[in-house]
Ligand binder design. Structure first.
Ligand SMILES: C[S@@+](CC[C@H](N)C(=O)[O-])C[C@H]1O[C@@H](n2cnc3c(N)ncnc32)[C@H](O)[C@@H]1O
Length: 273
């Protein structure tokens, strides 16, 4: 039986200048994650949400509880093995057989998005597979909005050695962590329950399969996290919204690959040097 998570959430008013120090102190006290309303693009009041694992080690402060429900019975009926590209297959954790392809990713979605049954996920996996096949996949990557971790797991299994997998949803974080273990990739994929503004690193590949409003809000942050000359892989929008996403995120980045499926779009672009 795969472990389900329970979270204690504490929400505090916070100004941007104070958020990093507060998160550092909470992490020392055992918190797993921190999300600012502005870094998550959820506007309104300025607040910081801190997450503790109820069943983890150590003391947990007073706050609201969230429990991950067991959605496996539901997924068992609706998910099956999917060969997404000629080399990549997504296999639910409970399925016995695996198809004979180079990259088999086993996963249990829990309550997270990213079971590979959405065109945007498939489009991104196709771009990543081609990149890897041409020897162009970087060693390090950031996946913003990782959900089940599907894109992070894919690049790690294709050879990337350090992949930061970020989500603002504790159940996305939990699913990604579970799936990294399921695939023996926990040394390469680092799940982070964090908003983008609380990261410092830059990466040669930044991936973001997010809804349009989030891509627009996080545009500057996504560009800042890409190294000069680095790659940006974006999806989560349709052809009508593509111009808005290009304006908000790409700004001067050269589009190297554009794919479409059922009206959805994925773009791979190179950030200026
Ligand atoms: C459409 S799913 C993509 C899942 C997976 N990467 C895939 O390609 O199938 C988007 C994910 O982004 C997360 N998300 C939404 N807004 C975010 C933000 N501002 N920062 C980080 N993650 C975010 C959601 O919780 C969700 O797990």
């Amino acid at each position: 039986m795969l472990t389900r998570t329970r979270w204690r959430v504490v929400e505090e008013p916070c100004e941007p200048a104070a958020a990093r120090a507060r998160w550092a102190a909470a992490a020392d006290a055992g918190a797993t994650g921190a999300v600012t309303s502005w870094g998550a693009g959820i506007g309104g009041r300025r607040h910081l949400r801190l997450y503790w694992e109820v069943d983890g080690d150590g003391a947990v402060p007073e706050g609201e509880d969230l429990a991950e429900e067991n959605w496996t019975p539901y997924w068992r009926q609706s998910l099956s093995t999917a060969v997404v590209t000629p080399r990549v297959a997504l296999v639910p954790a409970w399925e016995e057989g695996v198809p004979p392809v180079a990259f088999v990713l086993r996963f249990d979605p829990g309550m997270a998005f990213g079971a590979g049954d959405h065109p945007t996920t498939r489009l991104c996996l196709g771009v990543l597979d081609d990149l890897a096949n041409r020897g162009g996949l970087p060693e390090r990557a950031l996946d913003v909005g990782t959900g089940t971790g599907v894109l992070a797991l894919a690049v790690a299994s294709m050879g990337a050695s350090e992949v930061d997998a970020l989500d603002i949803d504790p159940f996305g974080y939990a699913a990604c962590r579970r799936n990294a273990r399921l695939n023996g990739l926990e040394g390469r994929v680092r799940p982070l329950l964090r908003s983008l503004d609380l990261l410092d690193d830059t990466y040669p590949l930044v991936m973001a399969n997010l809804v349009v409003g989030q891509l627009e809000t996080l545009g500057p942050g996504l560009r800042e996290r890409a190294e000069p000359g680095g790659l940006l892989l974006l999806s989560g929008f349709d052809e009508d919204a593509e111009g808005r996403v290009r304006d908000a995120v790409l700004r001067g980045a050269a589009v190297l690959d554009r794919r479409r499926e059922e009206g959805w779009v994925a773009l791979l672009a190179r950030h200026p040097e």
